[in-house]
Design a protein around this ligand. Sequence first.
Ligand SMILES: [Zn+2]
Length: 332
Amino acid sequence: MTSYKELGLVNTKEMFAKAVKGGYAIPAFNFNTMEQMQAIVQAAVETKSPVIMQVSKGARNYANATILRYMAQGAVEYAKELGCAKPQIVLHLDHGDSFELCKDCIDMGFSSVMIDGSSLPYEENIALTKKVVDYAHKYDVTVEAELGVLAGVEDEVASEVSHYTKPEEVIDFANRSGCDSLAISIGTSHGAYKFKPEQCTRDPKTGKLVPPPLAFDVLHAIEKKLPGFPIVLHGSSSVPQDEVDTINKYGGKLPDAVGIPEEQLREASKSAVCKINIDSDSRLAMTAAIRQYLAEHPDHFDPRQYLKPARENMKKMYIHKIVNVLGSNNKL
Ligand SMILES: [Zn+2]
């Protein structure tokens, strides 16, 4: 058993309380590689932002659980080296799908876990979440639960259609499960293809897809039921069109990729939404930079040559999100 406290990590309790009160949201960036980790830490330190580094089950399989844990410890030490005296870094499991996986992560030094029972019947979701909460709280680890179903595909998580969270269920769910934060479904979606073209309208000038708006009425109804309770949005990449265009220009093929407009995320950040998950945007920023670099330098083959601009491009994107969308800068 390794406690996250020995690794210099923190849980989400205090940072969420401050974020809800302060009207901003904490960035939750997924990572699988060293370059992503470096970019996340550099961005968080430069903007003086708390940050959640999250790992999906797929990332654990890709990078290895032990390596990821020490990368998170390395992130804390790296942040200090970059001049941040007291970094606020969470290592979080994204979409835990069983008690065993959550327990394994807690035992290996994660400071926060998500148990996603959203595909289960309501009572089973509560029972599974409570089981994880009972174990996690013994070690001061915070637990995110999910109620409602998001559409889209991300690693092992996939659903054809979304079901909005029912505001009338949230009090009972939060009380009986004991979760510390709740992921809700209000129209965000996993992946880089968040909406089908037929769900969108087209901008007559640019021909680009305009996605349907988020269900702010549902969010506000939930906030009223659970005042001050930390709410989480998954599937909240914006799928920046310039990155998609760069990918397509240099040999990629991502037609009609579409995300959540940043104005809507900015508005959500000001509410009880205190954690916003961003994964696809980092993938797009990395891939766009690598495709462009390799196309422009066909004679280069040292991975550092193309991973360096990829890291820079991700860092730029992370800083933009922190400062211009989530508002978590200058909070350390
Ligand atoms: Zn998710």
